[in-house]
Structures are given as C-alpha cells and as structure tokens.
Write a protein that binds this ligand. Structure first.
Ligand code: GLU
Ligand code: ZN
Length: 320
C-alpha cells in the first residue's frame, strides 16, 4: 500500500515591521491590525526595522512595543528581531549576490547622478540609474567607498508580475520603472529593500500585509527573493491613511501618536482601524473593552472586505 504524504502543512507566518523613527500612528495601527488578523492562528512576528540607523530614535522601539501590548496585540514569543543586529546576515546575502554577478559596486556620487539630465525618473521619484558602473564583473577589484547595486536586467525583459490580494494583479518592469537599485550604501548601511527580503526569508514569512505605499517596492523585493533562491511570500497592500491635507501619515507629516492611555481611547482607535479596513464593527463594541473587540475581529475578519484602493482617505478623529 502506498501512503501519500499529502500537501505539507504550512503554518502562515506574518509580520508587522515598524521602523522606530517615531511613535506608532493610526497608519501603523492599520498595518498591525491587518497583518495580525490575516495570520489568524498562525505566527505573527514583530520586527524592529532599525536598519536605517540615522533615522532611528533611541528608545522608540520599546515605546512601540509597549503601545502594541497596550492595544492587546500578542506577538510570537520567539523574540523580536532587530535589523541593527543582523548585518552579518545581510552581508552573507550580499556576498551570495556578488558571487553570482547580480550586484556590482557603484562609485557614482549623488551629485554626479543628479547632473545626468537625460535619465528618466522612476517610480520613487528618483532618477533611474544610468549604469555607469555596470561593467564590473565578479573578480574585478572592488573600489573603496562603493555602494552595491542590484542589476535589474534589460528594458526588454518581461515585467515582474504578481497578484496582490487586495490591490489585484500588478506588473512592474524594473529596468524601465526603477533601474539598478542600491542594496548596500557607500556608508556601509544595508538598505530597506535588502534587509526586508533577507529577514522575511530568514523568519519564514509566508504573507506580507502592509501599507500600499510599499506596493512599488514589491517587484524589487520579489527580484531579490528570486536571486536568493527563496520562496516568494503572498502580498496584500492595505490602503494608506492620509492626514486631512491628503499626505501619507508619517513622522514628517506630524502624524498624531496613537493614544496609549485610557482603554476607551484605545478601543476607539482599534474600532476605527477595523472600520477603515472595511470590517464594519458594530457600534456597541465602541463602548466595550479591547478584548471584546479583538474577539469580534478575530471571528469576522475578512481580507475581501478591505477597500481595493491605494489610499483610503483621511484618518478619523479619534476621541482622546
Ligand atoms: N519598516 C517599514 C515601514 O515602517 C515596513 C516594511 C514592510 O512592511 O515591508 O514602513
Ligand atoms: Zn555608479
């Protein structure tokens, strides 16, 4: 008799990965709520994305974790990973990419590139790298003070396509829309694009749920996952929240910190987050406790109800 092993049982692994550059705001709460509820009974991780050290604010990651705890989030006890402690892992990935010829050192300065008037502007608003340093091959001398760029292939290559579980089918032609991008800066800092991919692979993340401001980074990240022979996670990009002026909430636009004191204020913020995410929580739950609201959310959460748009409008006025 032949036994079939059947499909491997995969426990979903999701994550919330705030950068400790300021207190969590309503936009952060949306990403935390959506990623946590979508993972259901699977593993939900919290990762401290402090790879960009100059932007990291001392003590902020502890404050962010306290805020999450106050809102009743429960993350995996396997430990909170900090990108600032993971340079060795990123370096190993970089070396793997160097050996396969997929990256090259770039000594172009910002001002040199800014003066390249005939280069196109890419999805980030930055100029597409014109490829001055692309001739480098593994084994060639490595110049001092070089950044490392990932080769995205040619303008005639097929685009990277993926299905976003909220935003639908996406396609991005990296050479035309992004260009060869930096994965390690000349100052020795690894960039968000590499760190996030290496961490998601190392932590076995199967589903990425985050704000739609990162939709344009996804094709780059898929290219890196594939270059590292990893398994591409599923993606779901929730609409971002704006301030009344229509700007994305961030420290720069002075997003209000989430209220942490007073259960009623936290319940209200959580209730509004669920509502913004299309989940229609009953009004009565606004007057209950955090725990009751979480119980309702765990039962009723459906990603299908999240509005299929990149921006969901201004954030609601949360009573203090
Ligand atoms: N650290 C990023 C941020 O705070 C999120 C990265 C991600 O979810 O991929 O915007
Ligand atoms: Zn260069």
């Amino acid at each position: 008799m032949k036994f079939s092993a059947g499909a491997p049982i995969t426990v979903p692994v999701g994550r919330f990965a705030p950068s400790p550059t300021g207190p969590l705001h309503f936009g952060s709460l949306l990403a935390a709520v959506a990623s946590c509820l979508e993972v259901g009974a699977g593993t939900w991780l919290v990762r401290v994305e402090d790879v960009d050290r100059p932007r990291t604010v001392a003590g902020m990651s502890a404050h962010q974790l306290e805020t999450l705890a106050a809102y009743g989030f429960k993350w995996s006890t396997s430990g909170v990973v900090r990108q600032s402690e993971r340079s060795a892992l990123y370096q190993t990935a970089l070396e793997r990419l160097i050996s396969t010829g997929l990256v090259y050192p770039c000594t172009c300065t910002r001002s040199m590139l800014a003066n390249d008037a005939d280069t196109q502007v890419g999805v980030d608003g930055a100029r597409i790298y014109p490829g001055h340093c692309r001739h480098w091959q593994p084994g060639d001398p490595v110049p001092e003070k070089a950044a490392w760029r990932f080769r995205v292939g040619g303008v005639d290559d097929p685009p990277i396509v993926f299905h976003d579980r909220i935003q639908g089918d996406q396609a991005q032609q990296l050479a035309r829309e992004v260009g060869d991008f930096v994965i390690k800066r000349a100052d020795g800092c690894f960039t968000y694009q590499l760190a996030v991919v290496v961490d998601d692979l190392a932590q076995g993340v199967t589903q990425v749920v985050r704000g739609a401001d990162l939709l344009d980074s996804t094709a780059r990240q898929i290219a890196l996952v594939e270059a590292l022979n990893g398994r591409v996670p599923t993606y779901a990009h929730i609409p971002i929240v704006t301030n009344p002026a229509g700007e994305k909430l961030s420290k720069q636009t002075r997003a209000a910190a989430l209220p942490t004191v007073g259960e009623q204020a936290r319940v209200a913020a959580l209730w509004h987050a669920l509502s913004f995410l299309g989940q229609s929580p009953p009004d009565a739950l606004m007057r209950g406790g955090v725990e009751t609201l979480w119980q309702w959310a765990a039962v009723h959460w459906s990603i299908e109800r999240v509005p299929k748009q990149r921006s969901g409008g201004a954030f609601p006025k949360i009573p203090e």
